[in-house]
Design a protein around this ligand. Structure first.
Ligand SMILES: [Zn+2]
Ligand SMILES: [Zn+2]
Length: 235
């Protein structure tokens, strides 16, 4: 199999994890604090690789939380055909972004870094591997985002009936913790979405290394209803 396929898959997974940790849990929901250096590194990585700004990603996601599964939801699979969400999340994101206040456009340095990366891959892996790597990366990264937005709102159980979405713990690992999507809508600021949340060990590692502050961001055990075991920080 061409090496570009492996690089594309690995870079898509890494980019999805950066999106989940930095844009989703940190920027959109303030589930924890990140030290300035790793925060800047993830910010730059997201701008270079994804091609948009993290603040817009977080703003569009907050619109989703505020209006989930209503006509104002940017990407509801309840109101649109699920395949439209799986394949069209980037387009729907762009449409939603246009309705929000504009953030800073990409700096020239971002474009220079992009060009440097493509040149690096072309030199080290061969020019033919670049389009393969880019195609695999785009399909995997966008497909994963589309699956989270689709599966999380269509299939599973509803431990929090008053909130949108469903829990499907079997898919918690491939969906980066969004197998607990109903629990996430009920507790958006919880740093851990559920027991099988694969991002949680990374956050714990970041906390052990002193780069992430989880303390003070964990919901109180006493205030937590019994049904909410899935989406808390159990340590
Ligand atoms: Zn949702
Ligand atoms: Zn969220």
């Amino acid at each position: 199999m061409p090496v570009g396929v492996y690089i594309g898959v690995v870079s898509a997974i890494f980019t999805a994890v950066v999106t989940e940790v930095y844009c989703h849990r940190y920027l959109a929901h303030h589930a924890f604090r990140i030290r300035p250096v790793p925060a800047r590194l993830m910010d730059l990585y997201f701008r270079v690789i994804v091609g948009t700004d993290p603040e817009s990603w977080a703003a569009v996601h907050r619109v989703h939380h505020r209006h989930a599964d209503t006509p104002l939801d940017p990407h509801s699979p309840v109101l649109r055909h699920p395949l439209t969400i799986v394949a069209g999340t980037p387009y729907l994101f762009a449409v939603a972004k246009r309705k929000l206040p504009a953030n800073q456009p990409a700096a020239p340095g971002v474009w220079a870094l992009r060009a440097l990366l493509v040149t690096f891959y072309a030199v080290t892996c061969g020019p033919l591997q670049v389009p393969i790597m880019l195609s695999v990366h785009l399909v995997c990264y966008m497909g994963l985002g589309g699956l989270i937005n689709t599966v999380g709102h269509l299939y599973g159980s509803k431990p929090h009936p008053a909130f949108p979405g469903y829990d499907l713990p079997l898919l918690a690992i491939p969906l980066l913790g969004h197998g607990y999507h109903n629990s996430h809508h009920a507790h958006p600021a919880a740093p851990r979405t559920g027991r099988l949340d694969p991002v949680w060990p990374l956050l714990r590692l970041g906390a052990m290394l002193g780069q992430i502050e989880l303390d003070g961001h964990q919901p109180s055990r006493r205030r937590r209803p019994a049904c909410c075991d899935a989406s808390v920080s159990l340590g």
